[in-house]
Design a protein. Structure first.
Length: 433
């Protein structure tokens, strides 16, 4: 998903629209603001960059202890400043109770996160064509749906079987895999077994209907440790082969996963972590044409090139559960590979638990404190709550610091009324069942 430079005329129109809608939000793109306002955010960007060995986290969450402290203004301006410096930035509104980001640039709030999740989460994958759904799409959607069953992929006479349990890959087979790439030959090449031992095990396999590795272990010819290295090569090659497919057919048959099923990860030495590590070959974020198209259709432009905005979408009845769900984690993982930085505009910590839920999914948290308004005990409580979930607190932005008294630049001021305990009614269209 490439970042396309916005035409100059469209950029000017977006800027005019934002000026009509931003109201109480002070933005660095406003020509009427002082240069010191813009410089303060450049300093903030630099501090974030150099405070962490020039390798700042890609996922930054902006929050505050209470409402009306300026976190949304801080999030927008930090995103604008980073984009102006050439970074590909996504500004994500994860305030699913009282969203406000959409107002700043005059966007449609409903074209946002919760609706995107529904579009990506609900497809029926009973059968289809790989020209519509890529292999990565299938993996992500089955994971989001938590499905258990058998995914069969066929192309030019080649057949692949992938077994999933609760959305996670548990087994993978290439039905007509070349002999030289089969696990038995890999074990021979590594000196673990002899060709004669392989032949004996293959004969037993005909009757036992067990995996070759299991039979070899039952024959006391290899140990689980002997099998792990060749199996990793076997699986890595298989997954690369599967992810290279661009044509063909697929079908998925749901079935109850049997705990006694002899899967690759069910022999004692293999486990979920083993398979998850195999899948961390940066394959899952490749070959996802369906999800890429959906994401692109929901990303909004803003007056600065390199910055995209994903608004909140319709308000759900279960924002906390949704923000902690597997679906959000999968989506963030995809977006992370497509942007240099993602900035989360989240609810205040002391108002609801949403920010604490999200803090476990990001690289760092930046806390906004409104000088002269924030309550000291409230800020301390906020810090304690973030530390309790092991959040990585990058630092604090002091908003509305008096320049005459303290000699520092003053950041923007946020006056919009917030009411978390009387949030808007949920939209039925935002529900994920």
């Amino acid at each position: 998903m490439k970042m396309i430079k916005e035409p100059e005329e469209k950029q000017k129109e977006t800027l005019k629209k934002s000026k009509r809608n931003n109201g109480s939000y002070s933005l660095i793109i406003d020509e009427n603001l002082s240069s010191s306002f813009s410089e303060s955010f450049k300093t903030l960007r630099t501090n974030i960059h150099y405070s962490f060995n020039e390798k700042p986290g890609k996922l930054l969450l902006i929050t505050s202890s209470f409402p009306q402290e300026g976190k949304t203004t801080m999030a927008i301006n930090l995103a604008l400043t980073m984009a102006q410096a050439g970074q590909k930035v996504l500004l994500l509104d994860t305030d699913l109770r009282m969203p406000s980001l959409y107002k700043v640039f005059g966007h449609d709030r409903n074209q946002g996160l919760t609706k995107l999740l529904i579009d990506v989460y609900t497809p029926n994958l009973t059968e289809g064509d790989l020209s519509q759904y890529g292999i990565g799409d299938l993996f992500h959607i089955l994971n989001m749906q938590g499905k258990s069953g058998l995914l069969t992929i066929s192309e030019n006479g080649q057949i692949y079987h992938l077994r999933f349990h609760d959305g996670y890959l548990k087994d993978a087979q290439w039905k007509n895999r070349p002999e030289e790439e089969r696990i038995g030959n890999l074990l021979i090449e590594s000196g673990k077994i002899t060709p004669d031992q392989q032949m004996k095990a293959l004969k037993r396999q005909v009757y036992a209907q067990e995996k070759l590795g299991t039979i070899l272990m039952n024959m006391n010819l290899i140990s689980p440790q002997d099998l792990e290295g060749p199996l990793k090569l076997h699986l890595a090659g298989l997954l690369r082969q599967i992810y290279s497919l661009r044509q063909g057919k697929f079908s998925f048959k749901e079935e109850r996963f049997l705990e006694g099923y002899s899967s690759i990860s069910g022999n004692g030495w293999g486990n979920n972590e083993f398979f998850q590590n195999i899948q961390k070959l940066k394959l899952k974020t490749e070959n996802i044409p369906f999800i890429d198209q959906k994401i692109s259709s929901y990303l909004q432009d803003c007056p600065v090139n390199n910055l995209k905005i994903l608004n909140s979408g319709p308000i759900p009845s279960n924002p906390t559960e949704l923000l902690g769900s597997r679906r959000i984690q999968e989506l963030i993982g995809i977006l992370k590979e497509r942007f240099d930085t993602i900035i989360f505009d989240s609810p205040p910590v002391n108002a609801v638990s949403d920010a604490c839920i999200l803090s476990s999914q990001v690289d760092g948290v930046i806390l906004v404190v409104h000088v002269g308004q924030s309550n000291r005990k409230g800020v301390q409580k906020c810090k304690q709550q973030l530390e309790a979930v092991k959040a990585n607190i990058y630092g604090v932005i002091l908003n509305r610091l008096d320049m005459k008294k303290n000699g520092y630049y003053s950041y923007g001021y946020y006056r919009h009324h917030y009411g978390y305990y009387h949030q808007q009614k949920p939209d039925q269209s935002a529900e994920l069942n």
